[in-house]
Write a protein that binds this ligand. Structure first.
Ligand code: SF4
Ligand code: SF4
Length: 100
């Protein structure tokens, strides 16, 4: 059995943990969940009023706050749900289909 953090694309079915369970915390940081995305948000810094309404609604902690200011998205983990886009009252976030 191997831990999720050690998972590789070429691992066989009998090497993964039983039921695909995670055997320790913090492994989500190591998984590129942004790969699941079909729509992608974009942050328009000039329009952003730093109201922070978008930050708490992101279930994936993909809106980064640094030194008390909102910065760009963590696209490695953003799954493209669009909730941040819906709550921004200043049109500082766009949301479009992502070309991959
Ligand atoms: S689209 Fe969803 S997952 Fe991505 S940053 Fe916005 S709220 Fe978070
Ligand atoms: S909700 Fe909009 S204006 Fe407020 S911090 Fe987020 S992007 Fe900026």
């Amino acid at each position: 059995m191997i831990y999720v953090k050690d998972a590789r694309l070429n691992q066989t079915w009998n090497e993964v943990s039983h039921g695909g369970i995670m055997l320790k915390g913090g492994t989500s940081l190591e998984v590129n969940t942004g790969d699941w995305r079909t729509f992608v948000p974009s942050w328009i810094e000039e329009k952003c009023k730093q109201c922070f309404l978008c930050f708490p609604v992101c279930a994936d902690s993909s809106i980064i706050i640094e030194n008390g200011k909102r910065t760009d998205f963590d696209f490695k983990h953003c799954k493209g749900c669009g909730v941040c886009y819906k709550v921004c009252p200043f049109d500082a976030i766009t949301f479009e289909k992502e070309d991959k």
